[in-house]
Design a protein around this ligand. Structure first.
Ligand SMILES: [Mg+2]
Length: 375
């Protein structure tokens, strides 16, 4: 089996409602993705996805295109796509970094491998430990009353885990948001907070002191990732577990954070971490250090979501709350049928070959702004 054709499509899909993140990221109105298709000489097609979101990601959709067109794709053409380790080695021989570009091909290789063996990706990762996974719902930055109202509305849909986006408001207001949530819902829900690199060390310590003893799952990425050296001090002073997201991209990042006793949780994202292979590797580093993993998401379409669902299904050290399989629920449309796996805020792990989802040709064309083909 040989790769004979590679396609990449840049798509832009509007969100149902604007999503207000930290000061650093502003308000997001559209999902950006690069959807890939890797064709083999015997007629199989694997699909992948990258989710560039500068300045969260260093890569842009244009840089993903350039990496695939000029560096990664030419090496993949003519190779056996089932040799995933060898293919990732070729990618690394051509380019350092560029995890999103490598990831959108890696995901397509896992999809192809599953299709060639008539097996779901989770089985190739060692088998599913769970067949259903509850969802988390993320709340953009808002007032304490807006948070309570939004949580109540989402509880009616079945959600019991929430991620509260912070980093855009004064620390006192952010503390008041947590107090309002605990007062309104007690322990009937689980929630974590995500500052998206929005605070400095003094603000982070003030937040930890102000929320001392409040029930809370964890505090994610309070500091800029370049200042994660401050996390051990934060963790020593906090009563809440600490999570890294932007700060944990590579296995080296994971090892550095773990060895520094900086975090309790890694937020994993298929695209950010460079595909299924590298996300799984980071999760194994986490396991070695007793760190658990949240299957998080970028604002992404169904291919990345399906890949994350297979990894989450097979991961022994999955954090025990809802996971981020809600991304397509925030989009006005998706280019896959991933949404059919979600019912009552629970994702059912697919058992079909590969990723177990299909790409819709009409919707792919509708949202495509630019394409490239390598043969
Ligand atoms: Mg995050």
């Amino acid at each position: 089996m040989k790769v004979k054709r590679i396609e990449a499509h840049h798509i832009t899909v509007p969100l149902i409602a604007p999503y207000k993140l930290s000061k650093k990221y502003g308000t997001v109105t559209h999902a950006q993705a690069v959807i890939t298709r890797v064709h083999t000489d015997d007629g199989l097609v694997g699909i992948g996805e990258a989710n560039p979101m500068p300045p969260f990601t260093e890569e842009t959709w244009g840089s993903v295109f350039a990496a695939v067109e000029h560096h990664l794709g030419p090496l993949l053409l003519g190779t056996d796509p089932r040799n995933i380790t060898a293919c990732n080695g070729l990618f690394d021989s051509a380019l350092a970094g560029n995890l999103l570009a490598k990831g959108c091909l890696d995901v397509a290789l896992w999809d192809l491998l599953g299709k060639s063996l008539n097996a779901p990706v989770h089985r190739l990762l060692g088998g599913a430990l769970r067949s259903e996974i509850p969802l988390l719902w993320p709340l953009g930055s808002g007032t304490p009353q807006e948070d309570v109202d939004r949580i109540r509305a989402k509880m009616d849909e079945g959600y019991r885990t929430f991620m509260i986006k912070m980093g855009a408001l004064p620390i006192d207001t952010e503390i008041a948001r947590c107090e309002a949530i605990v007062e309104a819902f007690g322990e009937t829900i689980r929630y974590n907070v995500d500052a998206n690199q929005g605070w400095d060390l003094a603000q982070t310590l003030a937040f930890m002191d102000g929320t001392r003893g409040l029930p809370m799952d964890f505090v994610e990425q309070p500091l800029p990732r370049t200042a994660d050296w401050g996390l051990p001090e934060v963790r020593a002073r906090a009563t809440h577990p600490i999570s890294a997201d932007e700060g944990v991209q590579t296995m080296a990042d994971a090892t550095t954070l773990a060895a520094a006793h900086a975090v309790d949780v890694f937020s994993l994202k298929i695209s950010k971490n460079g595909g299924i292979t590298r996300t799984w590797q980071v999760a194994q580093v986490a396991a070695a250090f007793g760190i658990r993993c949240l299957m998080n998401s970028m604002i992404e379409c169904g291919v990345s979501q399906a890949a994350a669902l297979h990894v989450g299904a097979a991961l022994p050290n999955l954090w025990d709350s809802g996971q981020c399989y809600m991304s397509t629920k925030r989009l006005k449309d998706d280019v896959t049928d991933f949404g059919s796996l979600i019912h009552d805020a629970v994702a059912t792990v697919p058992d079909g070959p590969g990723l177990g989802i299909t790409l819709d040709e009409d919707r792919l064309q509708k949202y495509t702004d630019a394409s490239l083909v390598l043969e």
